[in-house]
Design a protein around this ligand. Sequence first.
Ligand SMILES: [Zn+2]
Length: 457
Amino acid sequence: MHLYNTLTKKVEEFKPINPPEVKVYTCGPTVYDYPHIGNWFTFIRYDLLIRTLVSSGYKPKWVMNITDVGHLTSDADEGEDKLAKEAAKEGKTAWDIASFYSDYFITSLNKLNFIIPSQLTRATNHIAEQINLIQKLEAKGFTYRIDDGIYYDTSKFSKYGDFANLDLDEQQAGARIELNPQKKNPNDFALWKFSPREAKRDMEWDSPWGIGFPGWHIECSAMCMKYLGETVDIHCGGIDHIPIHHTNEIAQSEAVTGKPLANYWMHSNHILLEDQKISKSLGNTITIEDIETKGYSTETLRLLVAESHYRSQSKFRWDTIASANQRLVRYRNFAVRRFQQDGKTNLDAPDLISPMQDDLNTPQALANFEEFLSKAEDTNISKNSIETAIKLIDDLLGLQLSKTKNISQQQKALINDREKARNEKDWQRSDDLRHQLEKMNISLLDTPHGTIWQHIA
Ligand SMILES: [Zn+2]
């Protein structure tokens, strides 16, 4: 298996530390709102990675965090607390908001047929671990205290800019625009923020430095280390995590352990909506429910995600999801042939695993599947060949073709009646029956191997 590694900027052969186990850490949602379509593209790509590992014989141990403690509206430490802001807007506490959107997220993972991570870890359940890690950083001299919190001194970590190729000198020169003049270096970030003296926050905890709350980045370092150890095989996130969040995770973890946080870093590229960046502030977010309201299934969304490579910039458009849906209808109509056909021809199964093992080349996997479909559709294919192919694609892409249902006895009787009418050359009756079936979303296809029914949509 080969994966593109952001660390080395090359496609590399994947060698896990302790096969067949593969330790995977993925950065999860901040639960102050419904995840939008761009978030789901990234999360579905995590799931595709896990499925590929499983189909390749590995045993992934997958940890994803849930950021349920307020982190701030910018990735840096400025701006408002997103959770507190949403809580004030909805007239609830930050705890209510976090609990509602965490539950929603987990329900959605199931609805989208995710392989559920071995651990879904909430930041608020790991405050002690985060404090402990900050103490270790403090003991090693990586921290300093200013008015609003405990900060990480990035000048103490010599590799700080390496991961993201940051030009630190240039940033130092631009430091006069820095909002917090007490910070020693522009990239220094909060490990622990103090609660404001005049106000009580919904979410705050005691710490050796005073009442407050953890900075965003420290939760991933702490929970990753707790559940997966000092070095994981693969760490994933969105491409926008590279310059700040993942750079800071590396600085925190590696300063303490002296070991690589991850051997392979994978990043999902941006998703544009039409040609625009997707963001809540632009008001152009689309949720799973918006997609369902337009009549598309979650499998259609999965297929749409698979149509683009995770390292290319993808676009979400309503016409592209419509064409993904047409594709899915074709796949499902292949799957229902197993109820109607058991021919003599055994076809070689489509090769889906090789492209997936080649840096998750989902577009190539789909192309191989469709080449197989074109052959299969013209052939008196065996039921076994159909079942093998749909199991392969379900395992790798989670499309649930094997759940495509058979038609009812009553519908089968109508098809038989039409067959009889045709044999008796009663064309009027044959047409009437065909129309009756079309109203039930069933179309008929007369092939050299007999009449085949299909779902229209
Ligand atoms: Zn993270």
